[in-house]
Write a protein that binds this ligand. Sequence first.
Ligand code: ZN
Length: 167
Amino acid sequence: MTESTATVATRKVVHIHFTLKNAQGEVIDSSQNSGPLPYLHGAHNLVPGLERELEGRSVGDQFRVTISPEEGYGAHNGQAPEGVPREQFEGLDEILPGMMFEARTADGQPFPVWVAQVTDDLIFVDANHPLAGETLDFSVEVVSVRDATAEEIEHGHVHLEGDPAHA
Ligand code: ZN
């Protein structure tokens, strides 16, 4: 049944071309240079609003969708980035703005933080994703759809050919 395998659904590996613009119409990200983006549908690899919009699409479909911050990278919590002494990042050669780290709450719950700014002594980290609070304007084309392997489903992400981590 070629028809069913070509439709975006849970446990399918999907390749998409996309262009992401912010509300001002500026291009923030695009697959044009890197090639189509692969993701595992139903595994929260994409922001919720985009994954929902892709559900049931077919190869060759093109669409444009506007996604609220709540269905995108979350609302901004209003808090400014916090400076952390560089010593707490020991063992890392280079720390650059945009890098993501896992921090822990006082009771040990992990949560992501993003590097906002780097000085000689301090790394400023932000609990807001760099695109938190942004309304997202996606233009998308579905390039290919295939069944995920059992291992991909177990891991919750796509395995690329020749990926040594999963040989
Ligand atoms: Zn894996």
